[in-house]
Design a protein around this ligand. Sequence first.
Ligand code: NAD
Ligand code: IPM
Ligand code: MN
Length: 354
Amino acid sequence: MQAKIVTLPGDGIGPEVTAAAVRVLEQVGTRHGHRFTFQEALMGGCAIDASGNPLPDETIAACEQADAVLLGAVGGPKWSDPTAAVRPEQGLLRLRSHFDLFANLRPVKAYPALAEYAPLRAELLDGVDILFVRELTSGIYFGPRAEQGEGDRAHDTMLYTVEQVERIARVAFEAARKRRGKVASVDKANVLASMRLWRRTVSAVAADYPDVELEHVLVDACAMYLLRNPAHFDVVLAGNMFGDILSDETSVLAGSLGMLPSASVGRGTFGVYEPIHGSAPDIAGKGIANPTAAILSAAMLLRHSLGLESEARTVEQAVEATLAEGARTADIAADPASALGTDAFTERVLAHLA
Ligand code: NAD
Ligand code: IPM
Ligand code: MN
């Protein structure tokens, strides 16, 4: 098949890990006879530096012509002055919103090969396989901003409509049907009105899925259960901010933030594929970032946007085999001093793909 992929490497380690994922996609294309073309565009801090705009019109236009977008990460200390009016992260939010990518899928697996290194006891990790379904284009990130204010007062508004909750809940229930048939819906219904609407709407949608088991979990307790009994969870459905926070927390189960991929999708097959991690300013430019999250995001791109399930599995199996033979980047190594850099680790994945 032919496919056009736009890459938005962004800032910090974004370009380093995106380059690794592109190498993997190129090799998949060559081996399986697909013609993937890549076009790079600016988003985030690098786009602010070039044009003052974190999401230039040319970038949106390029994405509109693409089958899928592979994104690195945006942001960093250079653009993090709290008084700055223009921020790299605004570009990312606008991109998600422009393409109505309301569902952010974040799979979390514990890899047996990494169990001895993980901060949690190995027996807790047995059978951990969670899918976060995070609402991505509403909630407190996109609440009414008209009088947001500066100076001595500021506020953000958590707003959800029934329609916004219904559509993301359906994504979670449909996913649960193809998995272990359980949805844990996360909210703060004991305090927030928007979260009471969330809870009653999810319950109403559940009536259409009698074969799926639904539980409601308050977000604070959920943060604890996810570490105390992670194997209990199948699909975790959460709003924009709670899903962001809980998925970073849960990355500890996979060994590192550098392990977790994501797919941001809407109604059609188009999607933006991005590691859940950020630009990691503390390690940027050193060539030591873990490219696994970006490579697994490329696998999600193959599956969701291009319909190439078996190629996606090949990439995931290559990553598993690479970890199983002991290859480690510094963030998942017992001895970071003898760990592989980004490129050396990627070579090992490519060798398993060959
Ligand atoms: P971060 O995710 O960038 O880093 C947190 C920690 O995880 C750091 O110690 C980092 O070194 C480590 N880490 C992250 N990815 C790694 C990888 N692939 N390999 C090895 N270690 C890795 O979070 P932060 O430092 O809080 O944020 C930095 C910037 O990134 C901020 O400007 C933030 O807004 C932005 N951010 C962007 C995205 C995105 O573009 N999707 C996501 C999250 C954060
Ligand atoms: C993520 C990031 C973003 C978010 C920021 C950078 C806007 O943390 O993709 O997880 O909060 O969604
Ligand atoms: Mn995040």
